[in-house]
Design a protein around this ligand. Sequence first.
Ligand code: GTP
Length: 566
Amino acid sequence: MVEYDRSQSPEGASKAAPRICIVGVGGAGSNVVDRITLDRIVDATLVCAHTDVRVLGHSMAPVKIQLGAELMKGIGAGGDPDLGREAALFSREQIRQAIENHDIIFISAGLGGGTGSGAAPVIAEIAKNTGALVLVVATMPFSFEGRRRLAQAEEALELLQKRADALVLFENNRMGELILPKDGIQKAFNQADQLIAQSLRAISTITITPGLVKLGLDDLTSALANANGRCLFGFGEARGQNRGAEALKKALKSPLIDSGRLLHQTKNLLVHVAGGESLTLVEVEGVMKQLGRHVPDQTHILFGLGVDAKLGDAVAVTLISSLGLNQLNAHATAAPPSEMLMPRPEAPAAAPAPAPAPKRETPARKAPSPYAPPAESVPDLLFKSEEFASVPAIGDSFPMASLQAEIAKVQTQELPVSHVEEPADFADFAAFEEPAPPVMPTAPETARIPVRTPAAKELADAARSSKESTLAAVVARSVTLQTEISPAQDDLISFDEPESEPSAVTAAVAATTAVLARTKPAAESQQTFSLGEEDRGRFKDTEPSIVQGEDLDVPTWMRLKKKLRR
Ligand SMILES: Nc1nc2c(ncn2[C@@H]2O[C@H](COP(=O)(O)OP(=O)(O)OP(=O)(O)O)[C@@H](O)[C@H]2O)c(=O)[nH]1
């Protein structure tokens, strides 16, 4: 495999992908790291740091640090932040070794207990001293946990604010309100962990994705700056014809934004729109117009636009803002979370109530980390070489017109498919309940590139000449008709000789090979299922839905798409 080594470029190593480390501290922090590990949502070094060996033992993080092993004897801090702090100080060398050599370090902790509240500020300080950018994602305790926990959380928060470059604070109470009372505490925690994990992914993506309109850490801190503020976070991703509008709708529906209602009161709102290479300006404009109905005119919108080939034909919208705790509480008592989208009325009746007197000063902006590049150079430093370089650019040199002509030929040609065997795990038609809409032939060239590759042609020819390779024929035909240039993570394509032929063709060949390698050969014993006129009884006046073993009620694009994804 030939890899494009960005460190060889004239700009040097500064263009390498940023190294991200996520440290979960204490029980809550470790749960968040587990979720990230399970979902494989961020490409990062995952570390779990805890005083409690039982929790560490169950942690899925590849790197585990037992804090203050000798001091704590493997038992948790029992809700005492002093013990948590001592334990972290005992293990500071181990912590430093685990987290050094990273550009961005996320620290996640539930505040209020002993380990998270005591150790997270120490870890943040060590992280800062390594020269990394330090972002803390923390939760405040539920009100039912009592005043002492809240006081401990507030104290830890102050320490963290002094050390972190940005602090994303979630209110467990608020997240707990969003589940049904009968669902119980476990569900509340799960919901919270999921939101925190999502926000971590979104923030890391925003910071590392090269942007046409780049958002920096200063934008993030502006969006989060609020006296005693809590994070409002919404994320949506969608495919299909109305993907921009759908993605925004999902982001607004995120419980922390309460169907867009909470945005009516925000001063700063960070909006990041990202898509694959097919993302159009019209779509972005549509998203922003629609969003404008949910935010007051005076809201300062921090807008970012990113192109990430990994998104393929999806569009993702991320909304990040913050609201003072008092405003949030006032909103919660005034209006229960709503299911419906509530656009802002055209003429807002009254200005939002003034924010209550701040309890705590918003921390002064920290001096930029030595690792943090100046605003203009952020996209360069944060460019992920191996991912983006592997996606072929579609230029004039690509023989699109002739390929499309060939495809048109193939599309009108009937391949002699006598039957298609469904592999065991292909019978899962439940997955089709909410399928992504088909990609229309009019889709922009960069969304999906129909490619008739030499390899695909060979396969199709072989399929026509051999009755036993019917599945291969369908796959070949499907690959021929709709080859995605942005394959799934496990289909990443290696380029042996990138310059030797158009890279999209290479991609299609590799995709074809990958699909076929995973495809089981058709079983000899399976019989072709066909209905003759005499069998059709009361259905005699209807069109047959199964022809030559293919169920025509299942739209072609669905069958082909499913097979391609396998
Ligand atoms: N979101 C979320 N919050 C949690 C979870 N578990 C605990 N919390 C919150 O985090 C706070 C701290 O709890 P833990 O993380 O278990 O405590 P710790 O930091 O490990 O401290 P010790 O148990 O005293 O060693 C609690 O007061 C809860 O508000 C969880 O799974 N998810």
